[in-house]
Ligand binder design. Structure first.
Ligand code: FSX
Ligand code: SF4
Ligand code: F3S
Length: 378
């Protein structure tokens, strides 16, 4: 069977991991799920969904379920830099906990500034201890852009007055795997938007170790948990795109699987919010949707356990998982094709705009179609 060798390799890895000590005192995942009203059947359904998400055949579902059960064997250190905490919120704050958020509770979060009880000296001590005790074994997740160079001091954290960049460098040096969670950590994000007053940089500019980018402002809980499970299953880097995003999550454009795509192809566009076309679910390209330029799986996976996503809710994608989206994708409610060059400081960002236009051209066959349909409909 084509996948047998891979199946055997992952099984061996999970067997070895199951013999490793647990971190923390958590109850078994089965008990945690049951207390929260999640049946084994629901859990297996969820595992089947994650298996598809990771582009694995359905026969791997029991392995994915086992990987979720073993998330207490891998310690996680989560650092906050300059951001809004939306990435953590996307995962941790829901009325009715999702399976993804329960899995995240169950993961041994050795250090996470938002959810841990410790503060001040104790918190700093916990971070140092986690880095020392779990040297080479922990997953590092970093949220937020990082003021760098002579601007490092703009992000000064904790009682020892350390810079965020110092924390990130130290934690990255001893990590087994490093994830930049969110667009800020992946590409700089909102604080790196022109004129980037604090010289905020992505995590990949702060450490020279390999960084897996998990962008989105915020990224979906599925993409965060999926990356942890991928690491547990494979122990290797996933296939990455040119921006170091895992291809299983960011390999297709929003536009490719959008439910309004048929409208786009037929040239049926919402002309302004609230019009007849909006009521009929027409394509949102003309009111600014950046789905044709944005690589992410929102149109396939949606948010909040598959409930909805921006385009379903009636607003275009704003390209939140793309580099420099604050500068390149705005104005958010107008088509990119209409962007006047002078709306951006041409001197400071000419290079970036060049890249944006090139990217738009390279991937923009469909966008051309949109523009011609657009012109036709005017
Ligand atoms: Fe916020 Fe995270 Fe956006 Fe950034 O998400 S949702 S500003 S990606 O770093 O907190
Ligand atoms: Fe969907 Fe936006 Fe593409 Fe229209 S332009 S089909 S709304 S992704
Ligand atoms: Fe972001 Fe677009 Fe998805 S705005 S959340 S990438 S639909």
């Amino acid at each position: 069977m084509e996948y047998q060798a891979l199946h055997d390799r992952l099984t061996a890895r999970l067997n070895a991991l199951s013999k490793a000590p647990k971190f923390g005192e958590q109850k078994p995942i089965g008990a945690v799920l049951e207390e929260n009203g999640v049946s084994r059947r629901d859990f297996m359904k969820w595992a089947a969904g994650v298996t598809t998400l990771l582009a694995l055949p359905a026969s791997f579902t029991p392995l994915v379920a086992e990987a979720a059960e073993l998330t207490d064997r891998i310690p996680v250190v989560w650092l906050h830099m300059a951001e809004c905490t939306g990435c953590s919120e996307s995962l941790l704050r829901s009325d009715a906990p999702t399976i993804d958020s329960l899995i995240f509770d169950y993961i041994s979060l050795e250090y996470h500034e938002t959810v841990m009880a410790a503060s001040g000296w104790q918190a700093e001590h916990n971070l140092e201890e986690a880095i020392k005790n779990y040297k080479g074994r922990y997953i590092l997740m970093v949220e937020g852009g990082i003021p760098a160079g002579s601007s490092e001091f703009y992000l000064t954290v904790g009682p020892m007055g350390k810079h965020g960049a110092e924390h990130a460098r130290e934690a990255a040096a001893n990590a087994a795997a490093i994830f930049a969670i969110g667009t800020c950590s992946s590409f700089g994000g909102v604080q790196a938007a022109h004129p980037n007053p604090t010289n905020a940089q992505p995590l990949s500019k702060i450490t020279n170790k390999p960084v897996i980018n998990v962008p989105g402002c915020p990224p979906s809980e599925k993409n965060i948990v999926g990356n942890v499970l991928h690491y547990i299953l494979f122990g290797t880097l996933p296939a990455l795109d040119a921006y170091n995003r895992p291809k299983w999550a960011y390999g297709m454009r929003i536009h490719d699987l959008c439910e309004r795509r048929g409208r786009f192809d037929a040239g049926e566009f919402v002309q302004e919010f609230g019009d007849e076309g909006a009521k009929k679910g027409y394509c949102l390209y003309k009111v600014g949707c950046k789905g044709p330029y944005t690589f992410n799986n929102c149109s396939r996976e949606r948010f909040n356990q598959h409930t909805s996503w921006p385009v379903q809710a009636g607003h275009g994608c704003i390209g939140c998982s793309e580099p420099d989206f604050w500068d390149k994708m705005g104005p958010f409610e107008e088509p990119l094709a209409f962007k006047p060059f002078s709306s951006i400081d041409a001197d400071a960002t000419a290079d970036k705009v060049g890249v944006a236009l090139l990217t738009a051209t390279a991937i923009g066959i469909a966008a051309h179609a949109a523009i011609s349909a657009f012109k036709k409909s005017e």
